[in-house]
Design a protein around this ligand. Sequence first.
Ligand SMILES: NC(=O)c1ccc[n+]([C@@H]2O[C@H](COP(=O)([O-])OP(=O)(O)OC[C@H]3O[C@@H](n4cnc5c(N)ncnc54)[C@H](OP(=O)(O)O)[C@@H]3O)[C@@H](O)[C@H]2O)c1
Length: 330
Amino acid sequence: MYIANPERYSKMPYRRLGRSGLKLPAFSFGLWLNFGGVNDYEKGKEMILHAFDNGITHFDLANNYGPPPGSAEEFFGRVLKEALMPYRDEIIISTKAGYYMWPGPYGDFGSRKYLMASIDQSLERLGIPYVDIFYHHRYDSETDLYETMLALRDIVLQGKALYIGLSNYNSEQLIEAHKILKELNVPFVITQPSYSMLNRWIEDDNLPQNMYNLGGGVIVYSALAQGRLSNKYIGEIPEDSRAKKDYIVFLKERDITDELRQKLIKLDEIAKKRGQTISQMALSWALRDELITSVLISTSKISQLHENLAALDHLKFTKEEIEAIEKALK
Ligand SMILES: NC(=O)c1ccc[n+]([C@@H]2O[C@H](COP(=O)([O-])OP(=O)(O)OC[C@H]3O[C@@H](n4cnc5c(N)ncnc54)[C@H](OP(=O)(O)O)[C@@H]3O)[C@@H](O)[C@H]2O)c1
């Protein structure tokens, strides 16, 4: 029987989502591509429990995570059933709907029809009566935003989600959505954009400050640019890496360019001076702004999780280090 580490809250910082009552760990754990039906269950379970034992209280899912779609929720549902259910009140589980999930006109985007059906399917796969956060996964320019927001409100009123989040919305879209959600008294507390040293759009959009002004917080994803921000791509592309996996379309060998390698060599020098690896530095860097509540991490091996958790030992940057990183990224 699994018994959680009694010291699990001793090291992880927890940050508040804006002015909401909800705090998230500095690192949250995502189950997008490493916890599907194609992955080894025992290995994945070990990583999830190790994350929880080290203060990671938030696990992030979506209806379509896998592969195949839906299997990551089943994976996590099994871990809950076998080990984590006694700790359910210490855990924040999120899921989402908004990308393609099932064939025909009702399994994609932002209709009420899609969202109401999808949350029921997600709860069934997870084996729980509610999630803590339910997200609309992407802005849908064709569906009236009011329809999508009303569906989110009703999901909360039905007791199927405690809080609402919006993912991949820009500042303008968040402000527009917030207006409706406020009118409808919906607890909208979080947004989930992509962000890394190689992907800075939320800075140009002033998104963290805008979200704070709306009362909520930000959790960022792909802070390692899907693993590109790590020492492993400096040399030959490892056979077991995401870039080499045929069934993954989001990162390909062609994305590991010479330009990237040049940047990694420079970043590695700076990281070494900080006593870190590139991944550890990239994760600490993504957290350097207090307006970023949490950074999602995801790992394919327990050794990566150990490495990433150790980034917590050195989160602060000097002005000189920040400048050196900017120069390396140019
Ligand atoms: N809302 C959205 O639209 C959206 C989109 C994408 C992701 N997300 C969320 O964000 C989470 C994280 O996304 P992501 O997987 O793109 O994150 P990421 O941290 O950028 O990439 C994770 C990958 O990086 C590699 N990695 C991690 N630690 C490493 C280390 N120490 N050394 C070397 N390689 C390391 C592993 O790749 P290998 O597999 O090559 O070992 C791992 O699978 C997802 O699980 C999901 O919850 C949300």
